[in-house]
Write a protein that binds this ligand. Structure first.
Ligand code: ZN
Ligand code: CU
Length: 485
C-alpha cells in the first residue's frame, strides 16, 4: 500500500510525557497509519527529517479566536506556532450564542466588532466555522457574560431567577450541540455583579451532559485564594471538572505567592477534577481596566478608541504629558487595551512548570499591538523555558500542549501520536525553535517550526502557509469527567 505521507527518521515525542524515540511515521486519509521502521514503504509525499522532532499538533486551550477562525481562517498567528486546534469562548466571552441588543460590552469587544456577532445559537456558529474552513480545528465554550448579555438589560446587577432560567435553556441547547462547557470572566465589570449562586445555577446544567467549567477568577490579586475556593465550590456543586484560566499572581502585593496558590490547587485536586492553563510571560493583557491601574509596574496602551495614535505608549508617559493622574488618563483613553507588566517571573515559572498546568496563549487577535503571546506562546515554552532555562523536559513541555489538553477536553483522537489518531502533526527543530514575537514587534513568525499538518494536510511549511486549510469544528465527544487529570 502507498501512504499519503511518510516522515522518516524523526524523533517522535508522542504527547504522553515519555522520552523521544526515533521512528518513521506514515499518514493516510487524515490519520496516523503506521509508526516504526517504514524503510520499505512508499508514499506520495516523503519528508526525511533527521534531527527534527515530530509531535502532536499543539492544542491552544485558551484563545479568543472565536471570530478569527471565521474572518481570518488562515490563522497564521496560530498555525505558525504548530497549533492545530484552538479552544474558543474563554473568559466568559464567546461569539455564540449571542444576540446583541445594545452596545457590545467590555470585554466582548476583544473578540471583534459588534456587526461580527451574528450567531444567535451555537448551531449557526458551528456552521459558520465549517463554512469558513479554518486552517486549525475549533472547539468552543459558551461564555457566561455572553449569556448574561443576551438576557439582561444591564450587567451591573445579579440576574433574576427568570433570567437565569433563560440562560440555562440557552446553555443546555449549546451543550447538546457540542459545546465543551461554560466559561466565566467574573473579574470583569460585565460579570462581577453575578453571585456565586448565579454561576452555580448555570453550572448545574454542565452536569447533565458531562461538560466542564473554566473560569477567569473573580480576582487574581490579593483575594485569589477566596476566588479559587469560589471556583472549586461552583464546580463541586455542578459535579463538573474545573479549569482555572491563565493562573497567575497578579499585582505587586501578590508576588511570591505561587507556592501557596499551587498548594491550594493541589489540595483541591485530591477531591475534585481541577486543572489550570498558563501563558509563558510575566505580563498580562486585556482591556484597560481602572481597577488594575497602578504605578507599581509598567502599563502599556495597545489600543485606544479615542486616541489610536497612543498605542505602544506607557500609561505613565501619557499621564505626564497630559498632566493627569493615572486613573484620569486611563478614563480618557477608554475604551482601550493594555499590557500590564504585573507578574513576577519566578511565579510564572513555578505555575508553568506545575504538572497540572496546560499551555494556553490567551492571545488577543484583533489588538493592533497584541501581547506577543498571540504569535509566540508555544515556541517560547519549547525554546526559552524548556530548552534554554531547562524548566522541564521537552516531552513534558509537549505533554502540556497536547495530551493533557486533549484528555481534559475529550479530544480523544488528538494530542497524541498513535496509530489511528488524527494526523495533526508539527515538525520542529529542537535546537532552533524559538519565539520571535516581542512586546514592541509582536507580529513575528516563530523560528524552527518546519512543517504543520492538520488532519493529514500540509498547512504550513518553510515559514509559509501552503494555502490548504483543513481544520474542522470539533464537537464535544464524551463525558469530560472521564479521564480528567
Ligand atoms: Zn481571562
Ligand atoms: Cu482569556
Amino acid at each position: 500500500m502507498k501512504f499519503d505521507l511518510i516522515i522518516r527518521n524523526a524523533q517522535i515525542i508522542d504527547g504522553s510525557g515519555e522520552p523521544a524515540y526515533r521512528a518513521d511515521l506514515a499518514v493516510s486519509a487524515g490519520l496516523i497509519a503506521a509508526i516504526g521502521n517504514l524503510a520499505a514503504a512508499d508514499a506520495y509525499s516523503v519528508r526525511d527529517a533527521p534531527g527534527l522532532v515530530v509531535a502532536p499538533g499543539f492544542i491552544d486551550v485558551h484563545t479568543h479566536d472565536d471570530l478569527q477562525v471565521i474572518h481570518a481562517p488562515t490563522m497564521l498567528p496560530k498555525i505558525s506556532q504548530g497549533i492545530t486546534t484552538v479552544i474558543v469562548g474563554n473568559c466568559g466571552i464567546s461569539a455564540s450564542p449571542v444576540t446583541l441588543m445594545g452596545e457590545l460590552p467590555d470585554p466582548m469587544n476583544l473578540l471583534g466588532m459588534p456587526e461580527d456577532f451574528c450567531y444567535a445559537d451555537f448551531v449557526s456558529y458551528k456552521k459558520a466555522v465549517n463554512a469558513a474552513q479554518p486552517a486549525v480545528n475549533v472547539a468552543a465554550l459558551v461564555g457566561h457574560t455572553a449569556l448574561r448579555n443576551n438576557h439582561m438589560d444591564r450587567l451591573d446587577r445579579v440576574a433574576t431567577a427568570e433570567e437565569i432560567e433563560l440562560m440555562r435553556v440557552q446553555l443546555r441547547e449549546a451543550l447538546n450541540e457540542g459545546a465543551l462547557g461554560l466559561s466565566s470572566g467574573l473579574a470583569y465589570a460585565s460579570a462581577s455583579a453575578s453571585t456565586t449562586e448565579e454561576v452555580k445555577l448555570l453550572a448545574e446544567v454542565l452536569n447533565e451532559t458531562g461538560a466542564l467549567y473554566t473560569t477567569h477568577l473573580r480576582t487574581e490579586f490579593d483575594e485569589i485564594i477566596a476566588a479559587l475556593d469560589e471556583a472549586f465550590d461552583i464546580a463541586d456543586h455542578a459535579k463538573a471538572p474545573v479549569i482555572v484560566s491563565h493562573l497567575k499572581c497578579a499585582g505587586a502585593g501578590n508576588w511570591g505567592r505561587s507556592g501557596e496558590i499551587l498548594q491550594r490547587l493541589e489540595t483541591a485536586a485530591t477531591f475534585h477534577q481541577v486543572g489550570c492553563d498558563c501563558y509563558p510571560y510575566s505580563a498580562s493583557s486585556s482591556t484597560l481596566d481602572l481597577q488594575q491601574v497602578t504605578s507599581d509596574f509598567d502599563i502599556v496602551i495597545t489600543w485606544s478608541e479615542p486616541h489610536p495614535e497612543l498605542g505602544g505608549k506607557k500609561l505613565v508617559d501619557i499621564a505626564n504629558e497630559w498632566n493627569l493622574s493615572l486613573q484620569d488618563t486611563a478614563k480618557k483613553l477608554q475604551p482601550a487595551g493594555a499590557v500590564y507588566h504585573g507578574m513576577s517571573e519566578a511565579d510564572v515559572q513555578k505555575i508553568l512548570a506545575h504538572p497540572l498546568t496546560m499551555v494556553g496563549s490567551d492571545g488577543l487577535p484583533v489588538d493592533p499591538l497584541p501581547h506577543p503571546r498571540l504569535w509566540g506562546a508555544f515556541p517560547r515554552v519549547l525554546g526559552h523555558y524548556s530548552r534554554d532555562l531547562k524548566l522541564f523536559s521537552l516531552p513534558e513541555a509537549i505533554r502540556k500542549m497536547t495530551r493533557m489538553s486533549a484528555d481534559r477536553f475529550g479530544l480523544d483522537d488528538r494530542g497524541r501520536i498513535a496509530v489511528g489518531a488524527a494526523a495533526d502533526l508539527v515538525l520542529f527543530d529542537p535546537i532552533k525553535v524559538k519565539d520571535a514575537a516581542t512586546f514592541t514587534q509582536p507580529q513575528q513568525l516563530a523560528e524552527g517550526i518546519e512543517a504543520v499538518w492538520v488532519n493529514g494536510v500540509l498547512s504550513y511549511a518553510q515559514k509559509q502557509l501552503t494555502g490548504m486549510r483543513a481544520g474542522k469544528f470539533l464537537a464535544r465527544q464524551r463525558d469530560l469527567r472521564i479521564g480528567f487529570y
